[in-house]
Write a protein that binds this ligand. Structure first.
Ligand code: ZN
Ligand code: ZN
Length: 319
């Protein structure tokens, strides 16, 4: 079989040829809208809304027996889903952590892309207050196109398919027969209320996703014993270089330091939570190639000795 970049990444995670063979069958199944098991695919691993040629902006998809749960919708999410062989018309659930643009910029476009490719069932979207307004504004922006295409192409009205449910507090969010989702409000200054971490309890194990958040010791309890903690990370020595490049944001450095979790604090969280595996994502800065994986991990390692991975776009982790 051809060994592509995704396969190589999976090989390194699964640690052998058997893992690669497992990927092949799972990817083929997912392409057809099926597939069994629980798999998380990182679609975009760079924090922030800037667009570049390397890592894409924040987005992920969790596949539970082939049913997609998209988590965050940064710029490029639809193309990355296609590259991950997740059929857009198969989208079913969407979760948004907060209303920063790097997490919602392509929310509407992704749903539109699913409709364009054949969507014919509801998509339930969960997120903070503000998400419903974003959806309505998106549909308004595309009103002419939609109302031309519906009669001309015999298509259903996409606006009736997107069902937004806004979250207003920590606690249970939704459940299917296989997945239970719980939210935890976590501070991401200046956003204090409308920002959530999510816990996905699946038949194969528990995944906790924290993105974005300032250092929050409550996360350790929320993620206690999780099979997989996916958490944002801030590499402090890279902040000055990042801030210096953005010429129109005079207080960007202060924002980054106040609103994100440093690699050292992340190590403390993962150790306190005793998670089985930690994957670092939403990397800030995520577009400086001289920051190696080892540099991302070194301060985490001061506190956490468990399984540790720095995420890459299209990397897959199976439970
Ligand atoms: Zn972000
Ligand atoms: Zn944010």
């Amino acid at each position: 079989m051809a060994i592509d970049r995704r396969t190589l990444l999976h090989l390194s995670l699964a640690g052998g040829v058997a893992g690669a063979l497992g990927l092949k069958s799972a990817a083929a199944a997912a392409q057809q809208g099926g597939g069994e098991g629980v798999k998380w695919i990182f679609l975009g691993t760079k924090g922030g809304p800037r667009i570049g040629t390397g890592r894409s902006n924040p987005a992920n998809v969790l596949l539970v027996d082939g049913v997609p749960f998209v988590i965050d919708c940064g710029y490029g999410v639809a193309r990355r889903l296609v590259e991950a062989k997740v059929a857009l018309p198969s989208l079913r659930y969407v979760f948004v952590t907060h209303m920063h643009s790097d997490h919602v910029l392509e929310f509407g476009n992704m749903v539109y892309g699913a409709w364009s490719a054949g969507l014919n069932h509801p998509i339930d979207a969960f997120g903070p207050v503000g998400l419903d307004g974003l959806a309505k504004a998106f549909w308004q922006s595309m009103k002419d196109d939609i109302e031309i295409r519906m009669p001309d192409e015999g298509k259903p009205d996409p606006r009736k398919f997107l069902v937004v449910k806004e979250i207003t507090e920590s606690g249970p969010v939704m459940a299917t027969d296989k997945v239970k989702v719980t939210a935890l409000r976590t501070p991401h200054p200046p956003i204090l209320e409308r920002n959530y971490a999510y816990k996905f309890e699946t038949p194969k194990g528990v995944i906790v996703y924290v993105c974005d958040s300032a250092y929050n010791p409550e996360i350790a309890k929320f993620a206690e014993g999780a099979d997989l903690l996916i958490h944002e990370a801030l590499y402090v020595p890279g902040v000055d270089a990042l801030a210096a490049r953005i010429k129109n944001a005079s207080t960007l450095k202060e924002h980054l330091l106040a609103s994100h979790t440093t690699t050292e604090d992340l190590g403390k969280l993962a150790a306190a939570a005793k998670v089985k595996k930690l994957v670092m994502t939403h990397l800030v800065p995520g577009d400086i190639d001289t920051i190696t994986d080892e540099m991302w991990m070194q301060d985490v390692r001061k506190h956490y000795n468990g399984s540790l991975v720095v995420a890459r776009d299209l990397m897959e982790v199976s439970l």
